[in-house]
Design a protein around this ligand. Sequence first.
Ligand SMILES: C[S@@+](CC[C@H](N)C(=O)[O-])C[C@H]1O[C@@H](n2cnc3c(N)ncnc32)[C@H](O)[C@@H]1O
Length: 196
Amino acid sequence: MDMTYNLNGGFKPTTKRFADLDGPDFFPTPAWATHALIDNEAFQGDIWESACGNGAMSDVLAQASNSVRSSDLYDRGFGESGIDFLNTSQSTDNIVTNPPYNAAEGFVKTGLVAAKKKFALLLRLAFLEGANRQRSIFSVSPPSRVWVFSERITFYPAGATVKGTGTTAYAWFVWDKDATGTELKWFKPGYKATYS
Ligand SMILES: C[S@@+](CC[C@H](N)C(=O)[O-])C[C@H]1O[C@@H](n2cnc3c(N)ncnc32)[C@H](O)[C@@H]1O
């Protein structure tokens, strides 16, 4: 059964990206979405892309730091493989990634310890909701900045034909060891056209 269609035949807007929700969840991030981050957030020192997939995000991050480490739990033909970020004890200056959908909370928990300066995760905007997250993340370690996309990101499996636009709102969540409080910010429109 095609789970993207309602029984009445209408296309069902996705609240989740097309994802294998229980699996490794490999969806490369369009370059423009990473450009939006590095145009607005400075990174001092090393950056670790800790769920790098095929390097779509790492390639853009290389413009923000001359020291980008890339790793993934799985071998996607890019960077180091076999590194489980959820069980790492390694640390670095900055960590930037788009984590697997089903392990976002675990990535936040690990990243807060592992990043010495900034920790940035591309997450659904709806990640802000939820009683469990309020208790376990936001009341204890709220992000320093939430950058809301004014343009929709569409995630496709690697190699798929890109067409149409997504229905899910995403944001960059940035934890910055040098900041206090939480700021809500919006990216200016135009990144999609400039960097696609
Ligand atoms: C949504 S994809 C994003 C890939 C890349 N960050 C990007 O933005 O293009 C999530 C990636 O997380 C990897 N992954 C899943 N569980 C992981 C874990 N525990 N530790 C490290 N990487 C993991 C998957 O193999 C997949 O490549």
